[in-house]
Design a protein around this ligand. Structure first.
Ligand SMILES: Nc1ncnc2c1ncn2[C@@H]1O[C@H](COP(=O)(O)OP(=O)(O)O)[C@@H](O)[C@H]1O
Ligand SMILES: [Mg+2]
Length: 192
């Protein structure tokens, strides 16, 4: 199996590649489809959950495991190597704790409206880059869960796949880069 690498995506390193569960895949496209089926099952599981708090670390990990657990042995587990995106791996847990405490306080004080709260949560979660891969898809679903909890609706991430090099993806990645620099306006515009 040879993996494509896209700008703004996490390259798979050899250790992590060894964690691939299905052995019959040879093309990136086949992997994408396999993951998609796995994610669908994860979402079905999620829809049946009565509780499930997007501000709870264990739940955050459990959702990733449900989305990718049939595909990758390391699904739902914290990243053990450093990546081109994300904090050093040993900082993941403390940074996640800090982020969740911040967002909890922001919700309590209504520092922002629901959309901006969930958009900021999305950006901070994906910036930490908790997992070896699947961070974008996972953090988008988690942000949807938070927005559903806060406002009873989900985000519109656009019709195009955010996994392939479309114009939509380029806008999305550029808006995250602006958020890296502290400017959330482009991300909020993307999510409009
Ligand atoms: N500059 C950036 N700052 C924060 N997040 C980023 C940045 N660039 C990319 N990302 C996020 O990282 C994701 C890619 O990480 P990856 O683990 O490969 O997720 P996936 O496999 O679901 O695409 C993108 O979808 C995006 O959400
Ligand atoms: Mg990826």
């Amino acid at each position: 199996m040879k993996f494509d690498s896209l700008p703004g995506a996490t390259p798979i390193d050899p250790d992590e590649a060894a964690g691939l569960i299905p052995s019959h895949l040879t093309l990136q496209k086949e992997l994408n489809e396999f993951e998609e089926a796995n994610i669908l099952e994860g979402v079905q599981w999620l829809n049946k959950q009565r509780r499930g708090d997007p501000l709870d670390v264990d739940f955050i990990l459990r959702v990733h495991h449900r989305m990718f657990g049939q595909t990758w042995r390391w699904a739902g587990k914290l990243r053990l190597t450093d990546k081109n995106i994300g904090v050093p791996h040993y900082e993941i847990r403390p940074r996640l704790r800090l982020m969740l405490d911040d967002v909890t306080a922001q919700i309590r004080h209504q520092s922002y409206g629901p959309t901006e709260l969930a958009a900021r949560y999305h950006h901070r979660l994906v910036s930490i880059h908790v997992f070896p891969n699947g961070n974008g898809r996972h953090a988008r679903l988690m942000a949807d869960l938070l927005l559903i909890k806060l406002a009873g609706r989900r985000f519109d991430w656009g019709r195009d796949s955010l996994l392939t090099p479309t114009e939509t993806r380029a806008h999305y990645i550029a808006s995250l880069r602006s958020a890296d620099a502290g400017d959330y306006a482009p991300l909020l515009a993307f999510l409009k």
